[in-house]
Design a protein around this ligand. Structure first.
Ligand code: HEM
Length: 481
């Protein structure tokens, strides 16, 4: 099952390019088109996909194998459902499979962030911003995050012990956004500003996922839900944060400071327009993902008493103290509980645009094809996860022998390859801290027989939220270190 590929750098050599593209075309032309359903005129298989996205893709995988075609109204998506082929698509070096497609117009109009860059420009930018997620910076960020979590969680006391059923997913959102804003901008926006930022980010994320046609088209009328207005409002807010900081001449221990202080090798900073775009995109990637993955974890963990008890045992080693960066290494069961929550969450499709002709698994891929990696199916495939793939078992991640025995890309909530999530380390930090801090204070009960379902939004949170009753943990339960 070898995969062949033309490298994008060949396009830098006009003579070589013609010859190499021709050779690529001949080579991939010799391969058959991926199999798949025919679909109906105009709509393709969109109605079937919308009706039951996960079940429908599963049935197609059973019928057509690891590489197949999904005809949608405007284009076909090629589904690639095998860790080996996935590695080939994701581990490109020079944008052969781009995260965002041919977007040079977008870079000119919107400014360039990591998501919009490829090749050398991308590598330089990613290296430049790397210190944001390094140990030194995350140690500083950790203190602010744990502090904000502690403040916000105290608020949960208002419904703890009342027997009231709350939506944990909604409540987690209210804890994670302010902590993220503090880590990123050292700022505490009012609840109204936070609510507007939240609406705008969700609007932008939803419109970014519209190529799959599963969510309603972006709203074009003015008002909440209009992505153009959301974009400019976000930019204005971020620009204001930057200008105020530069005018005050102050320096902070936050992520924005790293962005502003970053210098290329020739001493130049990131342009203002690009810096604003990077910051907007960091907010976009930085909290909704964390909220959705934590919601899945908290939906599943209370239904698995043994796993939950082990989590209590682990976090009680902190003797009720606030976690710090240095504690992350010993919160390994907590991390495994989160990984297992993310595994069962699973996104429907992670997209990549083929920027050159190719073959995958012996099938022809055309330049311009949209490739879809079905994370949900990869992460529940019995070939890599065994016959109980649908059950919640953090041991799959805690036990290093078990995790080493499966292909690495059978699990990829953070994507993979050069564009792998930039903020994964911070995502883990927030998740390990919040689980620790929640379970230090509370017990959580979800309704008997209730099981989380997927909401067809960009990060696939829990549909309808996570219903839960929370009660304070008695002091007597806390162990001392
Ligand atoms: C549980 C938490 C998170 C999850 C599940 C998640 C997931 C992802 C995924 C799937 C991608 C696309 C990767 C690919 O296509 O290969 C991504 C990219 C990205 N994420 Fe995250 N993310 C999380 C947290 C964060 C945080 C906390 C930040 C920032 C502080 C962040 C910033 C980014 C950025 C900037 C990118 C683009 C990277 C690039 O294009 O090179 N993410 N994330």
């Amino acid at each position: 099952m070898t995969a062949t590929r033309d490298t994008f750098w060949m396009s830098r050599n006009p003579v070589g390019r013609g010859r190499d593209l021709l050779r690529s075309r001949q080579r991939s032309d010799a391969a058959p088109r991926p199999p798949g359903p025919r679909g109906r005129p105009f709509v393709g298989v969109l109605p079937e996909l919308k009706a039951d996205p996960f079940g429908y893709l599963q049935r197609l995988g059973d019928a057509y194998g690891d590489v197949f075609r999904l005809p949608l109204p405007l284009y076909d998506v090629v589904i690639v459902n095998n860790p080996e082929h996935v590695r080939h698509v994701m581990n490109h070096r020079n944008g052969e499979y781009s995260m965002t497609g041919p977007v040079s117009w977008a870079k000119k109009l919107l400014g360039a962030s990591m998501q919009l860059l490829e090749g050398n420009d991308f590598r330089q930018r990613r290296k430049l911003l790397g210190p944001m997620m390094g140990r030194t910076q995350l140690t500083k960020v950790a203190a602010a995050v744990a502090d904000e979590f502690a403040v916000r969680l105290t608020d949960w006391d208002r419904f703890a012990d009342t027997g009231e059923t709350i939506d944990l997913q909604h409540e987690i959102n209210g804890v994670v956004i302010p902590a993220f804003m503090r880590a990123m901008f050292s700022t505490a926006p009012t609840d109204d500003v936070l609510a507007q930022l939240d609406t705008d980010i969700r609007t932008l994320m939803a419109s970014a996922s519209s190529p799959l046609l599963l969510s309603p088209p972006p709203r074009l009328l003015p008002g909440d839900g209009n992505p153009i207005q959301a974009w400019w409002r976000m930019r204005r807010w971020v620009t204001q944060q930057i200008e105020e900081r530069l005018a005050a001449g102050t320096s902070h221990d936050d992520l924005l400071q790293v962005l502003l202080d970053a210098r290329y090798e020739d001493g130049t900073p990131i342009s203002r327009r690009d810096a604003v775009t990077e910051a907007v995109m960091l907010i976009g990637g930085g909290y909704e993902t964390v909220v959705a993955a934590l919601a899945w974890t908290l939906a599943l963990l209370p239904q698995n008493p043994l796993a939950q008890q082990r989590l209590y045992d682990e976090i009680d080693l902190l003797a009720g103290a606030r976690p710090g960066y240095q504690d992350l290494d010993r919160l390994q069961w907590t991390k495994a509980c989160f990984d297992e929550g993310q595994r069962l969450q699973g996104l429907l499709l992670q997209p990549r645009f083929a920027m050159t002709d190719d073959t995958i698994g012996g099938y022809r891929i055309r330049r311009g094809n949209l490739i879809g990696i079905p994370i949900y199916h990869l992460q529940r495939d019995p070939r890599w996860w065994g016959p109980n793939a649908d059950s919640y078992d953090p041991m799959r991640f805690y036990d290093k022998q078990i995790s080493a025995a499966r292909p690495p890309l059978a699990y990829m909530p953070f994507g993979a390859g050069p564009h792998r999530c930039f903020g994964a380390a911070m995502g883990y930090l927030e998740a390990q801290f919040l689980l620790t801090q929640i379970f230090q204070r509370y017990r959580i009960l979800t309704p008997a027989g209730w099981a989380p379902q997927h909401d067809a939004a960009v990060v696939w949170p829990v549909k309808g939220g996570v219903p839960a009753v929370i009660t304070p943990r008695p002091e007597s339960e806390h162990r001392t270190a």
